[in-house]
Write a new protein. Structure first.
Length: 166
C-alpha cells in the first residue's frame, strides 16, 4: 500500500470549472435537461469559495443548481457563496477558524459546539464512558473512535472534567 495525499478542493481551484462541467452534465443527463453554459461570475465566486465540504459539497451545489435552472444556463445562487465563507474555514484536522468580525458566525458556532458537546456527553454517559468497541459511544454516534476522540479534545470533553454530567 502507498499513501496518497489528494489535496482538498480549496487547494486546487483550477479544477473547479472542470468539476462543475462534469457534475452539471451528469446531473442534467439524469434529469433530462440540457445545461450548456455557466456564467463567468459564478465560476469566479466558486473558485474563491473555501469548500469546507470539499468535492461532495460542490457536487450538491451543482445538483441543486441543475434542479432549479430553467433553460440551458446553469444558475447557481451566488448567495450560497457570499453568506457561508465568513462563518468558518475548516482545516485538515477538522478545526474551525472562526471569523472574529462575524458575531452571527460566532453565535452559530457556539450553539453548534454546545449542542454537539451535550450530545456527545449524553452518549458517553449512556455507554459509561466507553468510547470504542461495538457498544461504545463512537459506534452509537456513527463515527470512528479517532474522530470521536478528536472532537472530545476539541470540545474539552474528558471523563475527569465531566463526571457529574448526565
Amino acid at each position: 500500500m502507498f499513501p496518497v495525499r489528494v489535496p482538498s478542493l480549496r487547494e486546487r481551484p483550477e479544477d473547479i470549472p472542470l468539476l462543475v462541467r462534469h457534475f452539471a452534465e451528469q446531473c442534467a443527463r439524469r434529469m433530462n435537461k440540457k445545461i450548456e453554459t455557466i456564467s463567468t461570475e459564478t465560476l469566479k465566486q466558486m473558485r474563491q469559495y473555501h469548500w469546507p465540504g470539499n468535492i461532495r459539497e460542490l457536487q450538491n451545489v451543482i445538483e441543486r443548481a441543475v434542479i432549479l435552472s430553467v433553460g440551458p444556463v446553469l444558475n447557481v445562487p451566488l448567495s450560497e457563496f457570499q453568506s457561508r465563507p465568513a462563518l468558518a474555514a475548516i482545516d485538515g484536522n477538522g478545526n474551525s477558524d472562526r471569523n472574529p468580525e462575524s458575531s452571527a458566525g460566532k453565535d452559530i458556532w457556539n450553539v453548534l459546539e454546545e449542542t454537539e458537546r451535550k450530545h456527545i456527553l449524553s452518549v458517553l454517559s449512556q455507554t459509561n464512558w466507553v468510547v470504542a468497541g461495538p457498544n461504545g459511544a463512537a459506534v452509537r454516534l456513527g463515527m470512528k473512535r479517532s474522530t470521536l476522540q478528536l472532537r472530545m479534545r476539541r470540545l474539552g470533553i474528558s471523563r475527569e472534567n465531566n463526571q457529574a454530567v448526565s
